[in-house]
Design a protein around this ligand. Structure first.
Ligand code: GLN
Length: 187
């Protein structure tokens, strides 16, 4: 299993560490040439969606990556990665890769609650730790989107086909449940 990790900005190294611990190999995507390597799936990390979106354009990665996603490349986006994949963002006129049929709310928890930690059920995997950092949530989702987790009645993890997103950062905890879920999705 070979996973490409978008490594332009944000928390990408943490994803690589979890993948290594799970026995999956990974490589960093920093420039166009990296997209020609064979990959079973892609991870888009947390960070700043606006910065990552701009860098994707500046580096000429945006269109090829969007095409690969539309052609079915499996993807896992955390936090800013969720925003990069969302078809709609309720409180931001920017759109990015826009391949996943959700409406996200950016910085949805305001300043006071910008960062918090909780434990909640994920898919059929039981309770897992969830770390939120200036996180979005999903306000609504299309008919083909499966809801995988909700916290305070807001959707915080979802899947449409082979696209998986979490508003929280599983790579910042020592729980590998969500990464295992993603790797199982690729089989
Ligand atoms: N607030 C960031 C954004 O809007 C996301 C934060 C994160 O990825 N931890 O892109």
């Amino acid at each position: 299993m070979q996973i490409g990790v978008l490594a332009l900005q944000g928390a990408f190294i943490e994803h690589e560490h979890i993948l290594t611990a799970l026995g999956a190999s990974s490589f960093e995507i920093r420039q166009l040439a990296d997209l020609s390597r064979s990959m079973d799936g892609l991870i888009i990390p947390g960070g700043e969606s606006t910065v990552q979106g701009k860098l994707l354009h500046d580096l000429g990665l945006f269109e090829p990556l969007q095409k690969m996603l539309n052609d079915g490349l499996p993807v896992f986006g955390t936090c800013a990665g969720l925003l990069l994949l969302a078809k709609h963002i309720a409180n931001d006129e920017r759109r990015h890769l826009a391949t996943l049929d959700i409406t996200a709310v950016r910085n949805a928890y305001g300043r006071q609650l910008g960062s918090f930690h909780t434990i909640a059920p994920f898919a059929d995997c039981g309770n897992i730790p969830m770390t939120f950092i200036r996180a979005p949530y999903i306000e609504s989702a299309g008919a083909n989107v499966e809801i995988l987790a909700a916290v305070n009645e807001h959707i915080v993890a979802a899947r449409e086909g082979k696209q998986l997103v979490t508003a929280f950062h599983p790579e910042l905890t020592d729980d590998a449940t969500v990464h295992k879920y993603f790797l199982n999705m690729l089989k």
